[in-house]
Design a protein around this ligand. Structure first.
Ligand code: PMT
Length: 396
């Protein structure tokens, strides 16, 4: 099932250079399963023509209050039954008219007449963005319940550098998908670990594993989508941080432990997704170890078990462990759950979960084993979050 299957989105496009990103956004929304109705302003059509949006959405494009395409009242009908109206790009002029409740073209009128959530993705020159008038309008829109996505900072079409760039199409898609998820964990704080750790041997080499961090980051995103305040303590991975998630980068298991213990106070849920190295070299050579001897012996010492330590704390949050096994998943996973005294443990086989984009997991709790359908890690993560949410509700 796609992220937006069965959803109908009205995409408003106003007159900014970033309108070209709205074309890509239309493609992504359709690919994610949404039905997309485009409301294109006259200025927007100067940047990207209606034919482009019609081809990408596969539906008629709406431009004028006076051309209802035989539909009756487009400004009313378009938002009825829609799951959201997203305006991207939203120019300073559009935001101003919206903030003042004006209804002088199709898009402002349908926004005023809507009965579904409204999201805007501002796009403008940095000076326009920082003007008190624009900021005043944005405060008003936020107070009116409009969700403001971005903007980003960076190089602008005019050649200047600063705030006001519209978010990229993929970021807007993610933000919209997150916005539409039920917010069952609003007010909860979640702390996760993700990725591998790297245990240095010398300034060049170290012991690590092939965890990519994808499962942990997918869970961080799924928790954020559910409305939680999320912090992820990440080992060395090259993944972008999910929107709205706080990230603390670490390298070794000892650093991961320190970061977790510092971020722990106030957490309602702790999830150990990281593949933490069980051992580290007893001695870290100050200089690169030179080739020479035919045999070398490596002395290892045990790393602290972060999850076990958190779970044993006096004021422990709801703790969830992961176990990656290469065989006898149920036996080893349930044994880990019991030994660390966890209410829930997520078991996966390394051949299913390590490194790739998909996973297949079994949840182990006091009621037994609950296999989840295999799928993309984000889908699996959402199902895990649903299970955790149900358990939290039951223990509340
Ligand atoms: O990162 P990906 O490529 O997406 O792969 C995801 C994954 C396979 C790494 C993930 O789904 C997973 O299974 N993570 C747990 C890996 C593992 O086998 O951990 P473990 O059995 O060594 O530890 C059990 C639990 O204790 C884990 O929650 C772990 O985070 C925690 N632990 C372990 C050792 C330690 N020193 N400190 C810990 O907190």
């Amino acid at each position: 099932m796609s992220d937006l299957s069965g959803k109908r989105i009205v995409l408003g496009v106003t007159g900014g250079v970033a309108a070209y990103k709205a074309a890509e956004l239309t493609r992504l929304l359709v690919k994610a399963g949404a039905t997309v109705d485009i409301a294109l302003t006259e200025a927007g059509a100067h940047f990207v023509g209606a034919a482009t949006f019609q081809a990408l959405s596969g539906r008629p494009v709406w431009s004028s209050l006076w051309d209802d395409q035989g539909r009756g009242m487009a400004h009313i009908d378009l938002s009825r039954g829609a799951d959201a109206v997203l305006v991207a790009p939203a120019t300073a002029d559009f935001l101003s008219r919206l903030a003042h409740g004006m209804a002088n073209d199709l898009l402002t009128t349908l926004c005023l007449a809507r009965d579904c959530p409204l999201l805007v993705a501002p796009a403008m020159n940095r000076q326009m963005w920082h003007q008190p008038a624009t900021q005043r309008n944005l405060r008003q829109l936020a107070a009116d319940g409009v969700a403001v996505l971005g903007p980003a900072s960076g190089e602008q079409a005019c050649g200047e550098v600063g705030d006001g760039r519209m978010l990229e199409a993929g970021e807007l898609l993610d933000a919209l998908v997150a916005f539409l998820q039920p917010k069952r964990l609003a007010g909860k704080r979640v702390l996760l670990t993700a990725g591998p750790t790297f245990e240095a041997l010398d300034p060049v080499r170290g012991l690590t594993n092939s965890s990519s961090g994808k499962m942990g980051f997918a869970l961080a995103r799924a928790f954020a989508e559910a409305g939680a305040a999320v912090t992820v303590v990440a080992g060395p991975v090259g993944l972008p941080t999910p929107m709205g998630v706080s990230r603390l980068d670490v390298v070794s298991a000892l650093q991961m432990r320190e970061a977790v213990l510092a971020a722990l106070p106030g957490a309602d849920v702790f999830v150990g997704v990281a593949a933490v190295a069980d051992y580290r070299p007893a001695v870290v050579a100050a200089q690169k170890i030179k080739k020479g001897a035919q045999q070398r012996t490596l002395e290892l010492i045990a790393n602290p078990d972060i999850l076990a330590e958190v779970a044993a704390g006096a004021d422990a949050p709801f703790c969830v462990g992961f176990a990656a096994e290469s065989e006898r998943l149920a036996e080893y996973a349930e044994a880990k759950r019991r030994s660390k005294n966890l209410p829930l443990l997520v078991g996966n086989l390394v051949q299913h979960g390590l490194g790739g984009d998909r996973n297949e997991v079994v949840l182990f709790d006091a009621r037994g084993a609950h296999p989840l359908p295999a799928g993309e890690k984000l889908m699996v993560a959402r199902a895990i979050v649903t299970h955790i949410t149900e358990m939290l509700i039951c223990t509340a």
